[in-house]
Design a protein. Structure first.
Length: 303
C-alpha cells in the first residue's frame, strides 16, 4: 500500500522485541507483527522512539525492517531514520526502501534553534534520502526540544514535495492541528496526512480537530482502530465512552521512564511478544507496579 498524503487510521509504533540477554527476539517480531495486523492497523512504524532504535546497530536495524516488511505483507511499514548525520540516515532510508518499506520518518536534531534552521534541515534531509522517498516529519518537542510552529511546518511541507505526513506530538496538540487544517483550507498549504502520538492521551479530541488517525504505541491498538472508526462515522458519544474506558491505562503508560516497560509487560500478557525485556539501558517495573497494571487491566476487562 502506498504511503502518501491520504494515509489515515492507526500506524502503530512497533516495539522491538528482545530476549532477556539483549539479543533481538526474531520469533517475537513475527508474533507482534501478526498481532498488529489482527488489530486492524493501517500501517506499522518500525524503529520509532518506542522501538529503542538508538540501541540497535546499523545491521540490526536493517534486518529488523526486512523481517517486519516481509511479515506485514500489504500493510505499509514506515521506518524511523532519525540520525545525527545524513550518511547513516541515507543508508538506513535507502536500504529500508529497497527492503519494501513504504516511507520513512524524520525527527529534528536537538541542535536546531531557529525557524530557518529547521526548514533548511528538512530540505537537506530530503536531499540526503532522495526525492523518491516519502517522509513524515515528527513534531515532538517534549523529546527533541525543537519547537515547530504551524508556519514552520507549512514551509517544510511547501518546500519538500516528498513530505506526505506530519506526526504532531506537541503538548497539547489540539490548537496546532486546527491551525494546520486552517492553512490547508485557506490554500496556504497543500493537504498532508496528520497523525498524532503522545501515547494517545489526547487522541479523542485530536480526531475531532482534524487528525487522520494515530501513530502511537499504546498496547491496545485495536481500541485505537475502533476509536478512529467511531469518530469518523460521527458516533461521538460512543467514541468518547471507549476512550474513557481506556484512559486510566493510557495515563499509566504515559509515565516518563517506565512507559515502555508498562507497554511491553501488557504486550506479553496479550501474547504479542514472549519477553518484556528491553535492551540496556533499560527501565523495569517493580512488583507493585506490575500489580497496579494488572488491576487496571482487570478494571478495563470488567468495563
Amino acid at each position: 500500500m502506498p504511503f502518501d498524503e491520504r494515509a489515515s487510521g492507526v500506524y502503530v509504533i512497533a516495539v522491538t522485541p528482545f530476549q532477556p540477554d539483549g539479543r533481538i527476539d526474531t520469533s517475537s517480531i513475527d508474533r507482534v507483527t501478526e498481532f498488529y495486523l489482527e488489530c486492524g492497523v493501517s500501517g506499522i512504524t518500525a524503529l520509532g522512539v518506542m522501538g529503542e532504535a538508538p540501541k540497535l546497530d546499523a545491521h540490526e536495524s536493517v534486518s529488523l525492517v526486512r523481517h517486519m516488511v516481509r511479515r506485514a505483507g500489504n500493510i505499509p511499514v514506515i521506518v524511523g531514520v532519525t540520525s545525527p548525520g545524513f550518511a547513516p540516515m541515507r543508508a538506513l532510508a535507502r536500504e529500508s526502501m529497497e527492503a519494501g518499506a513504504a516511507g520513512v520518518m524524520i525527527a529534528p536534531p536537538t541542535t536546531l534553534r531557529t525557524d530557518d534552521q529547521i526548514v533548511a534541515y528538512y530540505g537537506q534531509a530530503r536531499e540526503a534520502i532522495g526525492d523518491d522517498v516519502p517522509f513524515a516529519v515528527q513534531d515532538y518537542p517534549l523529546a527533541f526540544s525543537v519547537v515547530m510552529t504551524p508556519d514552520v511546518l507549512r514551509r517544510v511541507v511547501s518546500e519538500n514535495p516528498s513530505c506526505v505526513m506530519l506526526k504532531i506530538e506537541d503538548w497539547p496538540s489540539l490548537e496546532k492541528i486546527t491551525s494546520l487544517r486552517q492553512l490547508e483550507k485557506n490554500g496556504a498549504m497543500r493537504r498532508v496526512s496528520v497523525l498524532t502520538g503522545n501515547g494517545a492521551i489526547f487522541v479523542d479530541y485530536e480526531l475531532e480537530r482534524g487528525s487522520d488517525g494515530a501513530m502511537t504505541g499504546y498496547a491496545f491498538p485495536d481500541m485505537l482502530v475502533d476509536l478512529v472508526k467511531l469518530s469518523s462515522s460521527g458516533a461521538r458519544d460512543q467514541a468518547h465512552d471507549l476512550f474513557d474506558a481506556h484512559l486510566p491505562l493510557i495515563r499509566y503508560e504515559q509515565q516518563p521512564g517506565v512507559g515502555l516497560a508498562v507497554r511491553k509487560y501488557i504486550l506479553v500478557k496479550r501474547g504479542a511478544i514472549e519477553h518484556d525485556a528491553q535492551r540496556k539501558p533499560a527501565s523495569s517495573l517493580s512488583a507493585t507496579a506490575r500489580a497496579e497494571v494488572d488491576y487496571l487491566l482487570a478494571r478495563l476487562d470488567a468495563r
